[in-house]
Design a protein around this ligand. Structure first.
Ligand code: ATP
Ligand code: MG
Length: 321
């Protein structure tokens, strides 16, 4: 398909800057709520009228399934993240029909400004393809990064691009982290997950400063509102303190100014309504449940609105600094 003129124009001007609203939601630890947070952020940002593009780069395809794709059909197309990132596209970016990869959200109650680039169960094979490409050409890793950065810039019509990362260090995860303006970490308040986060921060710290994504902060997820100390969990205050300690050594100067005083951006409670939202999509009941505040606590909707407002303030600060 021929690209429209304005897309071609964007491709011509591209490449220097990163997409200003590109955010990776990441943690190398699995099952901590990355997909949950990406989905909630997508829905709430789009509900405020923002144009949001979800990027599913996890071979588990959880994000695509969460927004209503059937596992049987998610892979049956040539327009998934796998096809978008294959090495034959890297040096041919002007010929890639990017808009064909953007899909509507199947969930009919999803805001209309929310779109997705679907995941693929084949994404883990992409790493093998990338390794092969690196064997043949040592600059392949850089080419992948440059391609990802330029690709995100092509989607400049979107206010936000939210990238749901897998819980491991695939080449694609590394390239997308480097290609994004920001990253947001999420963890649950158990000792292993909290202490595990520095692996990601350490890796990001080694990216050259001019390419490094900026840390927006951390979301502490699945917090037990009753404050109990179940086996293996630490309470909210302990988790906040250990997060503070683990994040501090890895911050650059700008991140110190903006993030250090308050690394935790939000506390998301452990609630059935949140896990139902992810597994069953949005329905009237789910929206109602997320808006409901129990026993004087903030509702999930209020928490998400606060989180969005804090993220936007931090992005403004970074953009000004
Ligand atoms: N706040 C919460 N309350 C209740 N259940 C939650 C909450 N957050 C996440 N879950 C549930 O925990 C499970 C893991 O969440 P999720 O898939 O978002 O984690 P993840 O970090 O994306 O996992 P992976 O590393 O495998 O990609 C899901 O079943 C989800 O419904
Ligand atoms: Mg996930």
């Amino acid at each position: 398909m021929e690209l429209p003129d304005n897309t071609k124009q964007k491709l011509m001007q591209m490449a220097i800057e990163k997409h200003p609203g590109s955010i990776c939601i990441a943690n190398y630890k699995g099952g901590v709520g990355k997909t949950t947070l990406t989905t909630l952020l997508g829905y709430y940002l789009a509900n405020q009228g923002k144009k949001v593009l979800l990027f599913d780069i996890d071979p588990q395809c959880s994000l695509s399934l969460a927004v209503g794709y059937n596992p049987e059909v998610v892979n049956k197309t040539d327009y998934t993240i796998y096809h978008l990132i294959t090495p034959n596209k890297w040096s041919n970016i002007k010929k890639v029909p990017f808009i064909d990869y953007i899909d509507n959200i199947p969930d009919i109650r999803a805001p209309k400004t929310l779109k997705i680039i679907k995941g693929s169960f084949d994404v883990d094979k992409l790493d093998e393809v990338v390794i092969q490409a690196i064997v043949e050409n040592p600059s392949a890793k850089e080419m992948l990064f440059t391609y990802c950065k330029n690709m995100l810039n092509v989607f400049s019509d979107f206010d936000y691009i939210l990238i749901d990362c897998p819980p491991n260090k695939m080449y694609l995860t590394q390239a997308m982290l480097r290609a994004s303006s920001y990253y947001l970490t999420v963890t649950i308040p158990d000792a292993i997950s909290v202490y595990g986060m520095p692996r990601l921060l350490k890796w990001v710290k080694d990216i050259p400063l001019s390419e490094k994504p900026k840390l927006l902060g951390c979301v502490l997820n699945a917090v037990n509102r009753a404050g109990g100390n179940e086996y293996g969990t630490v309470n909210q205050q302990q988790a906040t303190e250990s997060l503070y300690k683990s994040v501090k050594p890895y911050l650059d100067t700008k991140e110190k100014e903006i993030v250090e005083s308050s690394p935790v951006l939000a506390y998301l409670p452990r609630l059935d309504s949140i896990s139902k939202f992810l597994s069953q999509g949005v329905n009237k009941e789910a929206w109602y449940e997320l808006r409901r505040s129990a026993s004087g606590q903030n509702s999930v909707s209020e928490i998400m609105m606060n989180l969005i407002s804090r993220i936007q303030k931090r992005i403004e600060k970074y953009a000004k600094s």
